[in-house]
Design a protein around this ligand. Sequence first.
Ligand code: FCB
Length: 448
Amino acid sequence: MTDSAALRRSDFPADFRWGVSTSSFQIEGAGREDGRGESIWDRFCSEPGRIRDGSNGLVACDHYHLWPQDLDMAKALGVNAYRFSIAWPRVLPTGRGPVNEAGLAFYDRLVDGMLERGLDPWATLYHWDLPQALQDRGGWTSRDTVAAFLEYTDVVTRRLGDRVKHWITHNEPWCSCMMSYWEGVHAPGGRSLPNALQACHHVLLSHGQAIPLIRRNSAGADVGITLSLHPIAPASSRDEDAAAVRRHDGLRNRWFLDPLFGRGYPQDTLALLGAAAPRVEPGDLEAIATATDFLGVNYYFPEVVRDDPAGGPMGTALVEREGVERTAFGWEVSPQGLVELLTRIQRDYAPAVIQLTENGSTFEDVLTADGRVHDAQRLSYLQRHLAALKQAIDAGVPVKGYFAWSLLDNFEWAEGYLRRFGLAYVDYATQRRILKDSGLWYGRFLNE
Ligand code: FCB
C-alpha cells in the first residue's frame, strides 16, 4: 500500500470529487424557526432516555444562521463538492400539503452560497428527519409515505433542480429502517422486525419512484442512493462461521444491493425471514431497480460474525476482534476493509460509478491550551483510508469521489454531542469552529 502520509492529491485522478459531508438535523438547529415542522428526531429527543446526553437538535451547530462561515471554511479546505441534506419538515412542515416558503428559501440561499464558492452541491433528500405528522400515520411502515416522499421530492427538485445536479434520494436505509423500526435505537424507536422490513421496502420503493421525477425537474442531474455497507469476516475458519457470514451479509448488505441492482430480495434471506418478509406489490421491484447514475457508499467499519443459532433471524452474533485499533465509538479501524468492500461491490454488482459519500471517525478530542485540537488518530485514519481508496481505484474500482464525514462536530443521533466526527471542532458554548489537525491536513492535501 502507498505510504499514506506521503499521499498527494495528484495521486488521484484530476477530475476526482473531493468533498465534505453533513446532514440537516445534525447541524442546522433553528428547530422552531421560520415555520419548520416537528421531525421524528425532535420527538425522539424529547423522550427521556433516548439520547445519551439528554440533548436535542434545536440549536445543534446553528448552521441555519452560520452557514456562510461554514461554507467559507469548506471552500478554504479546498473541497470542490459539499454534501448536505434537506430537512423535509422545513419544506413541508406536516409532511404533505402546504409548502413553507421560508424553508425552501433557506436551501435556495445555501445552494447559491455553495455555487458562489465553487462548491458543487450534493443534496440528500432524506437523511432521517421525517416529519412527525407522517410518523403519526405510520411513518415509513405506511405505503402512503412513499407518495408523500414523491410530493416532497417534487417540491424540492423543482425549486433547486436548476442548480443542484447531484441528488441522493436516501441516506443509509439500514439506519432509517432497521435501527429506527426494529432495534429501537433511532427515531421513532420502533421494535418490530416486520415493520422495519416493510419500512425498508417503502424507502427503496420511494427511491426508485423518485428517480424519474428528479430527472424531469433537474435536467442532466446525476441521481443515486447512499447505503451503509460493511465487509464481513468470519470469527474463525469453521464452516459454520463462513455460513454465518453469508447469512449476515444477506440482511446487512445484499438486502439493499440485490433489489437495487435488479435481482429482487435475496432468496436465502427471504427464507430465513419467513413471515417477517415485506409485502411487495406488482411493479415494486422494477421501480426499485430503476437505473441510477452512481452508488453512494458510506464506509465506517468491518464486522466479524460467528454462527449463533439464538442470534436473531439470521442466527449470527457479532464478535469483537481482539487487539485491533478502535475509534471512541468502539468501531474497528480498518482501511483494508474499505479495499475489500469496494472490490467486492465491484465484483458482485459492477456499478458504473461509486461515490464514497461518508467516511470518518470519532475520538476524544481535546481543545488544548495552544487553541488547537491535535487529533492525531483521526488524521491517521483519514490518511490511511485515502491510501486504501487509492488502492481500490488502482485495482479498477470506479470510485469518483470522497466525502469526509464530517465538516463539523455535530449532533451524533442517539449519542447526542458526545461523539465528535468533525474536521472542525465545534465549541458549542460559543459556536466557534476550530479546524482540527486532521482538517488542517485535509486542507494542505487538497490545496497543494
Ligand atoms: C452515518 C450517518 C451520519 C453520521 C455518521 C457517523 O451512519 O449517515 O449521519 O451519523 O454515521
